[in-house]
Structures are given as C-alpha cells and as structure tokens.
Ligand binder design. Structure first.
Ligand SMILES: [Zn+2]
Length: 82
C-alpha cells in the first residue's frame, strides 16, 4: 500500500490504535507533541497517525493509561539491563 502522504499506513482502526498505544509506550511524549490520534486516509484508505487531532479516546481510557504506565516500566528495565 503506497500513499502520497508517505506516512506509514495501517490496515484497520484497531491496528493503528494499537500502534499509537505502542508509540506512546516507547516514546515519552509531552502533552503537546507526538501523534495523538489516527485517521482514515482519503488517498490510500489506510489509517495514519496525526498530531493535529485531539487525543484519541482510547488513549484517555483508564485501562490504556494503566497499560502504558506498566509497559513503560517494563521497557525502562529492558533498557537498563541491556
Ligand atoms: Zn494514506
């Protein structure tokens, strides 16, 4: 799948939201930088990240926030042990 935006495209909303969560786990974003949401592209039909939209509902869910915190701690340990 190629896209004129040259952004990475995901095949479904679920897949792009999961990738967005992973992105937030591995890159410690501040409030106002980094991708915040996903959208379906008019050009390729795939799903891309955007940093110009309000924070995705899934990222605001308490369950997701807990998961991000937990997985960040795990990722930090992996870094320290490397
Ligand atoms: Zn596209």
């Amino acid at each position: 799948m190629s896209c004129p935006s040259h952004k990475r495209a995901y095949v479904s909303r679920e897949q792009s939201e999961e990738a967005l969560i992973q992105h937030h786990i591995h890159f410690h974003h501040g409030e106002n930088n980094g991708p915040t949401n996903v959208y379906q592209c008019d050009h390729c039909g795939g799903w891309h990240f955007t940093s110009k939209a309000p924070l995705a509902a899934i990222l605001q869910e308490e369950e997701t926030q807990k998961r991000i915190k937990k997985e960040r701690i795990a990722a930090d340990w992996e870094r320290k042990l490397r």
